[in-house]
Unconditional design. Structure first.
Lengths: 43, 532
């Protein structure tokens, strides 16, 4: 019981840590307006 | 021309929570503990077979499905028919994805009904209405009345069971209408941590039960843990094919692989989004809930109050008959019981939502419907299927028929197709490279030959054993082989002492019509995809 429960708990905690530790904040690039294709057609 | 709005997960943790939510269900807390506690096929041998199956079948196929799903998404497809259309690139390719549509939708037909039981029981428990005394028969009677077990059509009307069902059905569609990020991801981001928190509270309560009745010192939580987790004769168990069949089947069903869900969920990832660590984390979350929580709560509690005989029944008996009686016997049991059924409800709704998304994805991309249209059409289809299950409730015959042919056979078939398509159509080497695009973790190289050779062979063997045992009725013995028709077969064709069931036949016919209708939709979708 201890081996089974311990193994799955350790794996889960390790995975969560790896996911959360690897989360990067979003990079803020220079603002770019999204292109509306309808606008292109009007030109 | 307007910009196309594509759905996407808002975070890596979000998709992991969603996949974990899909995987974690009633089986984690009710079915798995019963299997471990089984006196004939449980114990240490079962757990060894279980973990080997996790490494050889569960995890590899999980990674395969995540990989194929993300690839399909980069090709512009989010549904199984679309994804297989993109992978196989033959006119018949899209039909391989047929199961990926009918399985999640078909399972939803009965799963949402069970989900409504959980909510109804939670309501009853909090209100004290589930304290029915010490007689087991009272709890069985309550379950029978709530589910319509004794007679078809018994729960139809304005009574609590039907109102709970309608409420839960509508709730699922309200959430799915909100879309991937604001609907499914939002619910799972809150629901999964809440589920784990509730489970930890219940675990603490169970572990501190001690010996509830001093007059029966043998009935204690400690003995309950021993009953469930003692190794027993491991060598004898591992030589029993029934042990391997139960363990591998449980791994397969618990991870929601071959369900058509993970492949759709992963299709909303971008090409550079990780699938290796995400797939491993979702799997680990499921196993933590199953082995670490489910394995320590329900059976030890049932044993401590009622002994080994209480554990012998199936999933429904343990969850809806035995455990209410257990909670009724403890201080503040109505609160703990209510929490338990809230936990089951959260586990169920995060799963049922996942069953709807593949259908929504297909109707949108295959038929060009918008969100409103796809929700309406899927709502109509599932309303018909659910009505069948709710109406023909006697003996839960319609439910068990759909569960067997779609939820058991269908999933095994889809999972087997998945691993063969990955290796033969997509290519193992190409798939291995594809899986590692953007990966935060490298899959150990040992898994490459496992995915190429071991997983397909193991899964094919288990599937064949499953069919031989549960369809052909083989007793898993070579020396004294016997084939006895099983209940799903007898329900359809009848036999001595077991007349055919009209409900089972009607349900099977409905499923065939549903499959045929789905195939026609896929044909129509294929014409649209070829034209674009």
């Amino acid at each position: 019981m201890l081996i089974s429960v311990g193994a799955v708990t350790t794996l889960f905690v390790w995975c969560l840590w790896k996911v959360l530790a690897g989360t990067k904040p979003p990079e803020h690039l220079a603002h770019v307006e999204p292109i509306e294709t309808a606008d292109l057609e009007k030109r | 021309m307007s910009t196309k709005k594509t759905e996407a997960w808002s975070s890596k943790l979000g998709v992991i929570m969603a996949v974990a939510g899909s995987a974690v269900g009633l089986g984690n807390f009710l079915r798995f503990p019963g299997l471990v506690a089984d006196p004939e096929t449980g114990g240490g041998a079962f757990l060894i077979a279980y973990f080997i199956s996790l490494l050889v079948v569960g995890l590899p196929i999980c990674w395969v499905e995540w990989t194929l799903g993300r690839f399909g998404g980069t090709q512009g497809y989010n549904s199984s028919p679309g994804i297989f259309h993109a992978i196989i690139r033959r006119p018949w390719g899209k039909y391989v994805g047929l199961l990926g549509f009918i399985i999640p939708v078909g399972v939803y037909f009965y799963y949402v009904v069970i989900e409504s039981w959980c909510l109804g029981y939670a309501w009853s428990s909090f209100g004290g209405a589930l304290d029915l005394g010490k007689e087991p028969a009272a709890y069985s009677a309550h379950f029978a009345a709530f589910t319509g077990l004794k007679a078809d059509g018994a729960v139809l009307g304005l009574g609590a069971p039907f109102l709970f069902f309608v409420g839960v059905f509508v709730l699922n569609f309200v959430i799915i209408y909100r879309g991937l990020s604001k609907g499914i991801e939002f619910i799972c981001n809150w629901g999964m941590p809440l589920l784990i928190a509730i489970a930890l509270i219940l675990l603490a309560r169970v572990m501190t039960l001690g010996t509830p009745d001093p007059a029966k010192p043998e009935l204690s939580v400690w003995n309950g843990l021993g009953y469930m987790w003692n190794p027993r004769d491991i060598a004898h168990g591992l030589a029993n094919p029934a042990v391997w069949l139960k363990a591998a089947s449980q791994i397969f069903f618990t991870l929601s692989v071959g369900f058509g869900v993970i492949i759709t969920y992963a299709s909303y990832l971008k090409k550079k989004d990780d699938v290796v660590l995400s797939g491993l984390t979702a799997t680990a979350a499921n196993e933590f809930c199953e082995v670490g929580l489910g394995g320590l709560i329900t059976v030890p509690a049932a044993f401590a109050f009622l002994g080994a005989s209480a554990v012998a029944g199936g999933t429904f008996a343990l969850g809806f008959n035995v455990l209410p009686q257990v909670f009724a016997g403890m201080p503040y049991g109505h609160l703990f019981g209510g929490l338990f059924f809230v936990l089951l409800f959260i586990a169920a709704i995060t799963s049922s939502l996942s069953m709807l998304q593949p259908g929504i994805a297909f109707l949108e991309e295959g038929l060009g419907l918008d969100r409103r249209g796809s929700v309406a059409l899927l709502g109509l289809i599932t309303a018909v299927g659910c009505t069948l299950v709710v109406w023909f409730s006697e003996g839960l015959k319609a439910l068990s028929t759909v569960d067997f042919w779609i939820g058991d056979i269908g999933i095994f078939l889809q999972g087997t197709l998945l691993i063969y398509i990955f290796n033969l159509s997509f290519g193992t080497e190409r798939g291995w490279q594809e899986a590692h695009h953007g990966a935060d973790l490298r899959i150990p190289r040992l898994f490459k030959p496992v995915i190429r050779w071991v997983s397909p062979a193991f899964l094919t063997t288990i599937f064949a054993l499953f069919v031989l045992k549960n369809v052909a009725g083989w007793n898993l013995s070579f020396a004294e082989a016997r084939f006895t028709p099983t209940e799903p077969i007898l329900d359809l064709i009848g036999g001595p002492g077991h007349p055919a069931s009209g409900v089972a036949r009607l349900t099977a016919l409905f499923l065939l019509v549903f499959a045929g209708f789905s195939a026609l939709l896929i044909r129509r979708a294929g014409q649209r995809w070829e034209a674009r």
